[in-house]
Design a protein around this ligand. Structure first.
Ligand code: C2E
Ligand code: MG
Ligand code: MG
Length: 450
């Protein structure tokens, strides 16, 4: 009799290591997405049997990017490990905490009878994540945003529940850091609405269905139109005119802002080429247009095609562009200026640190946001702010435009303080090119008569 015995301990150990690795995150040793789904499926069959629901939490750390960038990656890793450890201690054995990737975690709270059980855990999670961390001598504090979906009400399959918890997380983040939201079916409706808007917008771009209207910027000294701001208009077959504030954010999120921006730029140049030579055209730029890296080329090419001198173009940017102090942005702004293009800061004073942005780039023009101009006649605080901006502008050699001038009394104060230009319904709303040509012709007639 011949007996051969083979020791398969190592093979078994290796196999179980492979299985473990396929189901766990290497950094935190938490379950990964695959294991999370398996556990969810288990909970769903329990739910069918016992009728006891469960909750799905999507957790996203606030300020993680800062920790990863500033103290550095190793500290980011340490932080994720510490967060994972804290979450694990806060949960019962039957619950699950998984890492979905980056700074995103998911938690399954098993066996939820009453809604208070969910809100209690939510409060404990926010508190425990928010306590300071000591990362090898670095004291760090981070918060978290959390979105929650409840089974079976918000879904009875893993994909739907995770998607809904994630949608609630997205809303929580939009409301500000450190918050939480429960999924509501109206969120789903909003997301669907956005998706429809995006699809319609794609078609509108392809068909060039958007229009560009122009709103005058008037010299307060002479009363003449000095430049015209291009403002996009989208006439929608069912919904009427959709305001840019409704679709520009969607365009920015989906990357559609690049073709829209190019369309406005080209249309505005072509229209401006028909105006008198001393009337400039102002075009708004989205911060997203700077991210693509070929903005400079696009501006240059469009100008060349139409033969419009760069001096007649004013590009309006907002303070959010300068928030992250990126080299690409400053380099692009300087290069645009070197072409001869004017750069204006739009909606001035609505950002976080408006004054410091003035140091980061030599702007040609500041446009004071309309919230500081409208009703200024009755508000001494607004008057003090506008006076300060005008005096700052004049010492830095920057022109100042008052936006949102709706009444004579909105106009009187900025004019007396020495604002260079005004823009607002008192002078004119944005109008299509044909009306603008008529308006400019009238202005030329008046000047000739004078
Ligand atoms: P903005 O650049 O600050 O443009 C001025 C906005 O204020 C315009 O709104 C204009 O119609 C409105 N406005 C002008 N005068 C008055 C007034 O006296 N009272 C009031 N209440 N409002 C006045 P609009 O056209 O709805 O545009 C909103 C924003 O959408 C713009 O703010 C700009 O940031 C953005 N936008 C518009 N067109 C474009 C575009 O082609 N590209 C990009 N990236 N953004 C655009
Ligand atoms: Mg503007
Ligand atoms: Mg503005």
């Amino acid at each position: 009799m011949l007996i051969a015995a083979i020791d398969i301990t190592e093979r078994k150990a290796a196999e179980s290591r492979v299985v473990y690795m396929a189901h766990h995150d290497a950094l935190t040793a938490l379950p990964n997405r695959i294991l999370l789904r398996q556990r969810m499926e288990g909970m769903i069959s329990d739910l069918r049997r016992s009728g006891r629901g469960f909750a799905v939490f999507c957790v996203d750390l606030d300020n993680f990017k800062w920790v990863n960038d500033t103290p550095g990656h190793p500290f980011g890793d340490l932080l994720l490990q510490s967060v994972a450890a804290r979450l694990r201690t806060e949960l019962r054995d039957q619950d699950t905490v998984a890492r979905l990737g980056g700074d995103e975690f998911a938690i399954l709270q098993a066996d939820v009878g009453r809604p208070e059980e969910v809100s209690n855990l939510l409060a404990r999670l926010l508190a425990i994540i928010g306590e300071p961390y000591d990362l090898e001598g670095h004291q760090v504090t981070v918060g978290a945003s959390i979105g929650v979906a409840l089974a079976p009400n918000d879904g009875e399959d893993p994909d739907r529940l995770l998607k809904n918890a994630d949608m609630a997380l997205y809303r929580a983040k939009a409301d500000g850091k450190g918050g939480f939201r429960f999924f509501e079916s109206e969120m789903d409706a909003r997301v669907q609405g956005r998706r429809r808007l995006e699809m319609d917008l794609r078609v509108a771009i392809k068909d060039e269905a958007c229009e560009v209207h122009y709103q005058p910027l008037v010299s307060l000294a002479s009363g003449e139109v000095r430049s015209l701001e291009a403002l996009i208009r989208w006439p929608h077959a069912q919904r009427g005119m959709i305001p840019p504030s409704d679709f520009i954010p969607v365009a920015e999120e989906t990357g559609l802002i690049a073709p829209i921006g190019l369309f406005v730029l080209r249309r505005a140049y072509a229209d401006a080429a028909q105006w008198p030579e001393d009337v400039n055209v102002a075009v708004n730029l989205s911060p997203m247009q700077f991210k693509s890296g070929n903005l400079l080329q696009a501006v240059h090419d469009a100008l060349k095609d139409v033969g419009l001198p760069p001096m007649r173009l004013e590009l309006e940017i907002t303070e959010t562009l300068l928030l992250d102090k990126s080299e690409l942005v400053t380099a692009t702004l300087h290069a645009l200026r070197a072409l001869g293009v004017h750069i204006s800061m739009d909606d001035f004073s609505t950002g976080y640190s408006s004054l410091s942005y003035l140091r980061s780039f030599p702007f040609d023009k500041i446009k004071i946001d309309r919230s500081f101009v409208h009703d200024i006649g009755a508000n001494t605080d607004l008057q003090a702010i506008v006076r300060a901006i005008v005096s700052l502008g004049s010492s830095l050699g920057i022109k100042i435009t008052a936006e949102g001038v709706e009444t004579e009394s909105d106009l009187a104060y900025p004019k007396a303080e020495g604002c260079t230009e005004g823009q607002g319904y008192l002078f004119s709303k944005a109008q299509p090119q044909a009306s603008i040509l008529a308006l400019l012709a009238k202005q030329r007639g008046k000047r000739a008569a004078a």
